[in-house]
Design a protein around this ligand. Structure first.
Ligand SMILES: C[S@@+](CC[C@H](N)C(=O)[O-])C[C@H]1O[C@@H](n2cnc3c(N)ncnc32)[C@H](O)[C@@H]1O
Length: 157
């Protein structure tokens, strides 16, 4: 459940690649909730994107996807994710970093631990969840009915 808190505080919103802005923004907490797997978000939100842009795009495939090459995330690439995450963690100008990730993500627990602990005292909390039903198919990669959500943290020194 999310709550919208209306107040008089000033804030900034960026619509940019996190790795491009993180060195420019200072704060107390950096909370990260990146994609866990190879599925690009741009393909899931293409209808909303088109409504927002209202640009009558050329569409492709059965589901009518708009072009999304320039919106691809390195966090969805097995070969790029570790390098990209390390770059972000090393550049962040904050006191605390939190990362939501699950046990089936492209980065392993050891990858995350190694990268985040390079900034200070590292730890994590876990919570078990029942598997999301949409993944219930004969050929699914993960057969377990549960998944573990991790909240990793580092107190930057
Ligand atoms: C797991 S979703 C998080 C959604 C959000 N926390 C929420 O609960 O609504 C991951 C989000 O990260 C965005 N994303 C992926 N790569 C990114 C990047 N390099 N910079 C900024 N956002 C990125 C995706 O577009 C997607 O919206």
């Amino acid at each position: 459940m999310s709550y919208l808190i209306i107040n008089n505080q000033s804030h900034k919103v960026f619509n940019e690649d996190i790795n491009k802005i993180s060195a420019k923004v200072q704060g107390d907490i950096l909370y990260l909730d990146p994609p866990y797997n190879h599925r690009q978000y741009a393909t899931n939100y293409h209808l909303l994107e088109t409504i927002a842009k209202y640009d009558n795009p050329i569409i492709h495939g059965k589901t009518g996807l708009r072009e999304y090459q320039n919106q691809k995330s390195f966090y969805c690439s097995k070969t790029q994710v570790k390098k990209t995450f390390r770059d972000l963690i090393l550049k962040a100008k904050v006191k605390y970093i939190f990362l939501s990730y699950n046990n089936e993500g492209l980065m392993t627990l050891d990858d995350i631990k190694e990268i985040m602990s390079s900034r200070g005292k590292y730890g994590y909390f876990t919570k078990d969840y029942h598997r999301f039903k949409a993944d219930k198919s004969e050929n699914r990669e993960y057969k377990s009915n549960k998944t573990v959500e991790y909240l990793h943290y580092v107190v930057c020194s």
